[in-house]
Design a protein around this ligand. Structure first.
Ligand code: SF4
Length: 484
C-alpha cells in the first residue's frame, strides 16, 4: 500500500541500465509501465529525439535505436489493444527526418515491431488552441499525428544544452512541429515556446535515454555514461529528476520553471515520489564532473582563434543581455559541427568577426577580417574601410505575429540563398544575414564561405543521401497536403 505521505505525488523511476541491450530495456519499460499504471492503447505514438543522427559525425545526439526497440517491444507485449504503433519526429537544422531515421537505424526497428514512421516535416500541421495563462500565442501548429494519437510516448535523450541548459522530456517537444513553425520564437522566447508546446501532448509515458547522456552541445555532445533509464508520466516531474541527476537546480532550467508555473507539473523533488533501483544520490555521485556549455559566444570564441564575436544588447525585456535561444547559440552549434570534421578549424579558418545584437562603437577589425552581422535585431553604425556602414534592426516580436504567417525555412532554399548571398557580396568586407533566428544550417553555410572552410553540406557522406531524402520528403509532403 502507498504510504500516506506519498499520496498525490508524481512517481518517477530511475532504473539501472548499464548498456544498450534492447531486451533489458524492454524489461525495464514493462516494469515501469506496471508501477506507473501506464496502459498504451489505441493509436500509440512514440517521439524519440532524432535531432540529428550519423554514426560518424553525430553519434551521440539522438535516442538510440536499441532504446527505441526496447520501448516498442514492451508496448507490443503489454497486452492492450494497439490500433496503430508509430514513431514520429522532426529532426533539427532542416535536414529531412527520414535521413536522420535511416542513420539512427530506426527503419529496421520499426519493421521488427510493426510500427510506422511519421516524418513530421512531411505531415500536415494542424492548429491547437492554447488555454494556459502566460502562453505566447493563442494558437500554435503541430504535426497532425500528435493531436490524433491516444497515447504519447516521449523518448528523449538526456543531454546538456547550450541554449536551455538541459534537454529531456519538455524540450523534446520542439520536434513536434515542422520547420515553418519550429523556428517561430526560437530566440529569446525559446524557453516560453517549450512551455507552450506542453499543451499539445495527450496522456502517455515518458522514458528518458540516460544510458549514455550528452554533455555540452546538443548536436555534437560529448558522451557521458550514466547507465540509467528514467520513467514517469509527467514531463515536469521527470525533468526535475533529470536536472538533479546532472547537478542542476530545477529553477535554473527556465522552461521547466515556466511549464511548472503554468500548472503542467512539479519542479521540487519533495513533490515527487522517487522509485526505481538507482538511488538519486548514487547517480549524482557518478555524474560529478558532468559538463555544460552555457557560455556567451564573446567569451567562448576568443583570440588567437580566427573567429571572434561582438555581442550587443537585445530587444526583449526577458533577455536584454543575451539571446540564449537564437543566433548566438546557433553559431556555437555550427562551429561545433565544423570541429567535428576538423578539430583545428578555429585556427585554420580565415578571420571572421560575428556581430549580433545592438552594438555601439568601433569594431576594431584586423585588416583581413570579414564581418558577419547576424539576425534581424542586429544594429550597428560606423566606418568599414573608410565607408559608412549602417545596419538597421528589423526585429519584430514573434509573439505579436500571427503564427499562420510563416516562412518555409526549406533546406535547399536556405542553402542556395546563403551561397548566392555570399557570392554577391564576395568582395565586400561585411554581410548582414536576416532572420530571427538565423538557423544553425545558415550559420554553417555563411561561416564556410567567409571562413573559407569546407561546407559539411557537401561532405561526400552526406550530400547524396541528404539530397535523396530531401526530394522524397518534398514528394511525400505534397502528397500529404492533399491526401494526408
Ligand atoms: S535576431 Fe537572433 S539574436 Fe536577435 S533576437 Fe532574433 S534570434 Fe535573437
Amino acid at each position: 500500500m502507498e504510504p500516506a505521505g506519498y499520496r498525490g505525488r508524481h512517481k518517477v523511476l530511475i532504473m539501472k541500465c548499464p548498456e544498450y541491450d534492447p531486451a533489458a530495456i524492454s524489461r525495464i519499460i514493462r516494469r515501469g509501465m506496471d508501477i506507473l499504471g501506464a496502459k498504451p492503447s489505441g493509436k500509440v505514438l512514440a517521439k524519440p529525439n532524432a535531432v540529428l543522427a550519423h554514426a560518424d559525425v553525430f553519434p551521440h545526439a539522438f535516442t538510440r535505436k536499441e532504446f527505441l526497440e526496447g520501448v516498442l517491444s514492451a508496448v507490443r507485449d503489454c497486452g492492450t489493444v494497439i490500433e496503430e504503433l508509430a514513431v514520429g519526429e522532426r529532426s533539427g537544422i532542416t535536414i529531412p527526418t527520414r535521413f536522420s531515421f535511416r542513420n539512427a537505424g530506426y527503419p529496421e526497428v520499426l519493421r521488427k515491431n510493426r510500427a510506422r514512421a511519421y516524418y513530421f516535416d512531411e505531415c500536415r500541421q494542424v492548429p491547437l488552441r492554447l488555454t494556459k495563462k502566460g502562453s505566447l500565442h493563442k494558437v500554435i501548429f503541430v504535426a497532425k499525428p500528435v493531436l490524433d494519437c491516444d497515447f504519447f510516448i516521449n523518448l528523449p535523450k538526456l543531454k546538456a544544452h547550450p541554449w536551455t541548459r538541459m534537454t529531456a522530456a519538455l524540450k523534446n517537444l520542439i520536434g513536434i512541429q515542422d520547420d515553418r513553425h519550429r523556428l517561430i520564437d526560437h530566440n529569446s522566447f525559446l524557453e516560453h515556446k517549450i512551455a507552450d508546446l506542453q499543451e499539445a501532448i495527450p496522456p502517455g509515458l515518458i522514458a528518458v535515454d540516460a544510458i549514455i547522456a550528452g554533455q555540452k552541445m546538443m548536436l555534437t555532445p560529448t558522451p557521458f555514461h550514466i547507465g540509467a533509464v528514467v520513467l514517469g508520466l509527467n514531463a515536469c516531474a521527470v525533468d526535475t529528476v533529470c536536472s538533479h541527476m546532472i547537478h542542476l537546480r530545477s529553477d535554473d532550467v527556465v522552461h521547466l520553471r515556466l511549464a511548472s508555473e503554468r500548472g503542467h507539473g512539479p519542479r521540487r523533488l519533495e513533490e515527487i515520489e522517487l522509485l526505481g533501483d538507482y538511488p538519486l544520490e548514487e547517480v549524482r555521485e557518478k555524474t560529478k564532473g558532468f559538463q555544460f556549455c552555457m557560455e556567451r559566444i564573446d567569451r567562448y570564441f576568443t583570440p588567437p582563434a580566427n573567429l571572434s564575436c561582438t555581442v550587443g544588447s537585445f530587444p526583449e525585456e526577458c533577455s536584454r543581455e543575451y539571446c540564449w535561444g537564437g543566433c548566438p547559440g546557433a553559431l556555437q552549434e555550427a562551429m561545433h559541427i565544423f570541429r567535428g570534421y576538423d578539430p583545428d578549424v578555429d585556427n585554420k579558418m580565415k578571420k571572421v568577426r560575428f556581430v549580433v545584437g545592438n552594438v555601439r562603437g568601433p569594431l576594431d577589425l584586423q585588416p583581413d577580417e570579414r564581418v558577419l552581422f547576424a539576425g534581424d535585431c542586429t544594429a550597428w553604425e560606423g566606418f568599414l574601410d573608410g565607408s559608412k556602414v549602417t545596419i538597421q534592426s528589423t526585429y519584430k516580436r514573434n509573439a505579436e505575429e500571427e503564427v499562420t504567417e510563416t516562412k518555409s525555412n526549406d533546406m535547399l532554399l536556405k542553402l542556395t540563398g546563403a551561397l548566392w548571398h555570399c557570392f554577391r557580396r564576395r568582395s565586400s568586407r561585411f554581410l548582414h544575414v536576416k532572420g530571427c533566428p538565423v538557423s544553425v544550417a545558415q550559420h554553417v553555410s555563411y561561416l564556410s564561405s567567409l571562413g573559407k572552410i569546407g561546407n559539411p553540406n557537401f561532405d561526400r557522406r552526406m550530400v547524396l543521401p541528404v539530397t535523396l531524402a530531401y526530394w522524397q520528403m518534398r514528394a511525400h509532403r505534397l502528397w500529404n497536403r492533399f491526401f494526408g
